[in-house]
Design a protein. Structure first.
Length: 438
C-alpha cells in the first residue's frame, strides 16, 4: 500500500459517507411530510397518493443504500481484493494474442459486474416495483431482456475495447487522441443507430395512430422548426406502468417516442406541452452542449489515463501486479467514479438550468397550465415525492431546486394563465422529478 492507496480509500469512504448522509436527509424529509399533501396540490393529489409516493421513495432509498454498499464492496474486491489480478492471470494463461487477452479482461470485468448486480435489479423489479403496482414484466421476459442486454453490451464493446487497446500499444504517447476519436465515433454511431436498430429489440414501436393528436403535434413540430423520423408509441406497459416520453437519435434519424402508458394518462394539450418541453432542449441546443461537454471530459480523462499508466504507483496503489495497458484501462474505469463524486452537484446544477430553459420554451410554444397539469399527473402516476430534501436535491437531482422559480414569459396568450397558476408552478417544480425526462 502506498500514499495513492490511502487517498483512494479516503475518497471512497468519504464519498460513501456523504451519499449515505444525503440519503438519510432525504429519508427524514420524505417521512416527516408524508402525512400532509403540500397545499398547492391539495385539490390534485389525494393523501393516499401522497403517502404512496412517500413509501415508494423510501423503498427506493433503501435499495440505493444497499446498492452503494455493494458497489463499494465490489470495487474493493476487484482492486485491492485481487479480483483483477485473478482475472488477468487467467486470461494470460490462454494461448491467444495479448490484444485479445486484454480485451477479455475488460469484458470479463464488465460482464461480472453486470451479473453480480443482477439480484439487486431483480429485487427492485419483482419486490419494490411489484409492491407498488408498477411492475408488469414476467420473470421470463426479465431474464430474456437481461441476457439480451448483456450479449449486446459485450458484442458492441468488444471492437471498441480492442480498438482502444490496439491504439495504446501501437500509437505511442499520443494514443489517447486516437482513442478519443474512436470513442466519439462510437458514441455518435450508437446514438444514431439506437432508435431503429437497438431499441426495437426490447420493445415494439408503432406509429402514432391518434390522427387528431398526431396533427396537433405535427403543427407543434412545424412551429418549432423540428424535423423527425416519425412519432412512435412504445409498448412500455408490457414492462412497467410508469409513463415516459423521449427523443432519441440525431440528424435525420431522430424519433419521438411516447410510452403507451403516458398517452393513456395525459390529455392532448398536456402531451403537446410535454413534447414542447423536449423540443426546448433541442432549440436551446442543450443536447449539443452536453455532447460537447462530455467530449471534452472524455478527452481530458483519456489524457489523464495516458499519464497514469506510466506511473508505477498507480498500479501498485490499487493492488495490480501486472502493469499492462489493459490493466491500466480496467483500473481507471473502475476507480474514476470515486474521484468524481464531489463534482456531481456541478453537473446537476447545469442540468437544472437547462430544464428551466426548456420549461420557458414550452410555455411559449404551448400552454403553461397544460404543462403544469401534465407534470402533476406524471408525479401522481409515477409516485414521485413532492417533499425532497433540499441538499439531496442540490447534489443529485437534474431538475429544478426547491427554491428555484420557473419564469414563464408573459404574452397575450398566457398572461392570465400564469396569474392563475403561478403559485402552483412554484410548488410543482419543487417536486424535482420531471419524470418524462428521466
Amino acid at each position: 500500500m502506498n500514499d495513492f492507496t490511502w487517498g483512494f480509500l479516503l475518497l471512497l469512504a468519504g464519498g460513501l459517507v456523504l451519499e449515505l448522509w444525503l440519503l438519510r436527509r432525504q429519508t427524514l424529509s420524505v417521512r416527516t411530510h408524508s402525512n400532509r399533501v403540500p397545499e398547492a396540490f391539495a385539490e390534485k393529489i389525494s393523501l393516499e397518493q401522497h403517502r404512496k409516493a412517500a413509501s415508494y421513495t423510501l423503498a427506493n432509498i433503501r435499495m440505493e443504500q444497499i446498492g452503494l454498499l455493494f458497489g463499494a464492496f465490489l470495487l474493493l474486491a476487484f482492486t485491492l481484493g485481487g479480483g483483477l489480478n485473478w482475472l488477468d492471470a487467467w486470461w494470460q494463461s490462454l494461448d491467444i494474442p495479448a490484444l485479445w487477452q486484454g480485451t477479455g479482461l475488460l469484458l470479463s470485468v464488465l460482464a461480472l459486474s453486470t451479473l453480480l448486480e443482477l439480484p439487486l435489479s431483480a429485487w427492485r423489479t419483482f419486490v419494490v416495483e411489484e409492491k407498488f403496482g408498477f411492475n408488469r414484466t414476467t420473470p421470463r421476459r426479465f431474464v430474456t431482456d437481461q441476457l439480451l442486454q448483456l450479449i449486446l453490451m459485450l458484442a458492441i464493446t468488444n471492437p471498441l475495447v480492442a480498438s482502444i487497446l490496439w491504439l495504446m500499444e501501437k500509437a505511442g504517447d499520443t494514443w489517447w487522441i486516437g482513442a478519443w476519436l474512436v470513442w466519439m465515433s462510437f458514441t455518435l454511431f450508437f446514438t444514431w443507430a439506437y432508435p431503429s436498430v437497438i431499441a426495437p429489440l426490447f420493445n415494439k414501436f408503432s406509429p402514432l395512430q391518434d390522427l387528431s393528436l398526431k396533427e396537433r403535434l405535427e403543427d407543434l413540430l412545424l412551429r418549432c422548426g423540428f424535423n423527425s423520423n416519425g412519432m412512435f408509441v412504445m409498448d412500455g406497459s408490457r414492462q412497467s406502468s410508469h409513463g415516459n416520453a423521449y427523443f432519441s437519435g440525431f440528424g435525420k434519424n431522430k424519433r419521438i417516442v411516447f410510452f403507451d402508458t403516458l398517452l393513456k394518462s395525459l390529455e392532448a394539450d398536456e402531451i403537446e406541452a410535454v413534447l414542447a418541453h423536449e423540443l426546448g432542449h433541442f432549440k436551446r441546443r442543450h443536447v449539443l452542449k452536453m455532447m460537447l461537454t462530455m467530449a471534452l471530459i472524455s478527452l481530458l480523462g483519456l489524457a489523464l489515463l495516458g499519464w497514469l499508466m506510466q506511473q508505477p504507483w498507480f498500479f501498485e496503489g490499487l493492488g495490480a501486479h501486472h502493469h499492462s495497458h489493459a490493466m491500466a484501462l480496467a483500473l481507471f474505469l473502475l476507480v474514476i467514479p470515486t474521484f468524481t463524486t464531489f463534482f456531481t452537484p456541478i453537473f446537476s446544477s447545469l442540468s437544472r438550468k437547462h430544464e428551466f430553459e426548456a420549461d420557458n420554451y414550452a410555455a411559449q410554444q404551448s400552454s403553461a397550465a397544460a404543462l403544469i397539469s401534465g407534470l402533476v399527473k406524471m408525479y401522481r402516476d409515477n409516485a414521485s415525492t413532492l417533499t425532497p430534501d433540499p441538499l439531496y436535491s442540490a447534489f443529485h437531482h437534474s431538475h429544478p431546486l426547491p427554491c428555484a422559480l420557473p419564469i414563464y414569459p408573459l404574452n397575450s396568450s398566457n398572461r392570465q394563465i400564469q396569474a392563475r397558476t403561478h403559485e402552483t408552478a412554484i410548488d410543482l417544480y419543487r417536486s424535482l422529478h420531471c419524470a418524462h425526462c428521466e
